[in-house]
Design a protein around this ligand. Structure first.
Ligand SMILES: [Zn+2]
Ligand SMILES: [Zn+2]
Length: 206
């Protein structure tokens, strides 16, 4: 398969890599239809992290399930899904409390895991034709519609950008009537402003 890999500071390349294989009954193999490039990928691109050369990057991923392990129940071949960027087990102490960003199972070196990301476990990213999804029952969000339809670009935002912006409004306690100032109006900032509008605190978009 074709995949975008990190080859050192400011060096990314499209490489031929073997298609990932299901190794656990809880895995799924996803055929990627769309993936995003994140602002936080720039830390790795610029060489500010210890990302291993040869890592396939990309943690904002959506696609169609190609194959599932024999224990996977909630998704099947042909389902269209988006993957939240944090990989989580769904059953550890932190996952149980909703802190899936600090899953204790998926990364032996630190509590948190993600696709194709420095310091967040051995997982390959989704800037590739296929990506392996661990604990597919927990890590796939099923979507309606068909790949390439008018919702494709909007659904991709559910992997990271929109929930990250929305979560900022949760942490800030945004509620109807509040006044919200967003510092930094990149994609996440814009969706923080949009989430504030959804929560009844009118924001003025630039
Ligand atoms: Zn991201
Ligand atoms: Zn967990």
């Amino acid at each position: 398969m074709k995949a975008v890999e990190y080859e050192g500071p400011r060096k990314m390349a499209v490489a031929d890599r073997p298609r990932p294989k299901i190794t656990s009954p809880t895995d799924a193999l996803l055929r990627v239809t769309t993936s995003g490039i994140c602002g936080s990928d720039l830390h790795m691109y610029d060489g500010r992290t210890d990302l291993k050369e040869g890592t396939i990057v990309g943690h904002e991923i959506m696609g169609v399930i190609d194959e599932v392990g024999e224990a996977v129940r909630s998704v099947k071949k042909g389902d269209r899904v988006v993957l939240p960027f944090n990989i989580a087990c769904g059953y550890c102490h932190n996952c149980h409390q909703g802190f899936t960003n600090a899953c204790l199972t998926m990364n032996p070196e630190a509590p948190s895991a993600a696709y194709g990301y420095a310091g967040m476990g051995p997982y390959q990213g989704g800037q590739a034709e296929f990506v392996l999804v661990p604990y597919a029952d927990f890590n796939c969000l099923k979507l309606p519609g068909k790949p390439g339809d008018e919702w494709e670009d909007d659904f991709l935002l559910l992997a990271d950008v929109f929930p990250t912006g929305y979560h900022a409004t949760e942490l800030a306690g945004v509620s109807p009537g509040k006044t919200v100032a967003v510092f930094g109006a990149g994609p996440v900032g814009l969706l923080t402003a949009y989430s504030s509008i959804l929560k009844g605190a009118p924001a003025k978009l630039p």
